[in-house]
Write a protein that binds this ligand. Structure first.
Ligand code: PGA
Length: 246
């Protein structure tokens, strides 16, 4: 059985005052069945990791450089993330792919670095609306998986997030059939390539308290990567409870 994970992606949101949201989350979920992860901006990682120490809440970065150190102004390495107490790092999010031109090959190199640093790589894939309209969704996902995952991926060091680009931050969500179709394809492709049927597969894109239970009932959905609804403890808490109940 794949390990269930409720992951929050704070994106470029949050300052010290928002650590109170994490304290509230910790208090609300002393012994969850699923894993809980918050990926705050890098500026908050150390403080959040310290605040979450000994609790059920894990912390992660939102990106890392493929090198361990060096002359890369503004970048952060996987080793540095691990040094803050982080256990995960999101890689290849569509906002990174779009805003920074990240390619599958770069995501793969970052995933290798993350795994080498002992982090769990949360690797994102997802089609644009134009690709879905053209009927290319499954081939796009298969090709992103093939290109973005290093051969070293296992169920222990890798989580995959399916995030349709058109569903992120829009309030639009694929039908449960559409989610099932992609998650079934991912399970089959990953099992065929890695021989490991237990990789955690997240759905992401406009997951909210009121649609979480329906999404978690879909086969091969092992949790969610949540943006906007992870910023407030009350909303994220409802999503965590839905995953625990699924
Ligand atoms: P959203 O973002 O939940 O705000 O749609 C999801 C994501 O980009 O990870």
């Amino acid at each position: 059985m794949a390990k269930k994970l409720a992951a929050g992606n704070w994106k470029m949101n949050g300052t010290g005052a928002d650590l109170a949201q994490v304290s509230a989350l910790i208090a609300a979920h002393p012994a969850p069945k699923c894993d809980i992860l918050i990926c705050p901006p890098a500026t908050l990682l150390s403080r959040m990791s310290d605040a979450a120490k000994g609790s059920a809440v894990k912390t992660g970065g939102q990106d890392c450089h493929a090198d361990a150190s060096g002359a890369h102004t503004g970048d952060i390495s996987a080793l540095m993330l691990a040094d803050t107490g982080a256990s995960h790092v999101i890689l290849g999010h569509s906002e990174r792919r779009a805003d920074h031109g990240e390619t599958d090959a770069q995501v793969r190199a970052k995933a290798l670095a993350a795994q080498a640093a002992g982090l769990i790589a949360v690797i994102c894939v997802g089609e644009t609306e134009a690709q879905r309209d053209a009927g290319d969704t499954l081939s796009v996902i298969a090709s992103q998986l093939a290109g973005s995952l290093p051969d070293s991926c296992t169920a222990v060091n890798t989580v995959i997030a399916y995030e349709p680009v058109w569903a992120i931050g829009t309030g639009r969500v694929p039908t449960t059939d559409q989610i099932a179709q992609v998650h079934d394809l991912m399970r089959d492709a990953l099992t065929a390539r890695f021989g490991d049927a237990d990789m955690t597969l997240l759905y992401g894109g406009s997951v909210k308290p009121d649609n979480a239970a329906e999404i978690f009932a879909v086969a091969n959905v092992d949790g969610a990567l949540v943006g906007g609804a992870s910023l407030k403890a009350a909303d994220f808490s409802t999503i965590i409870a839905a995953l625990d109940a699924s």
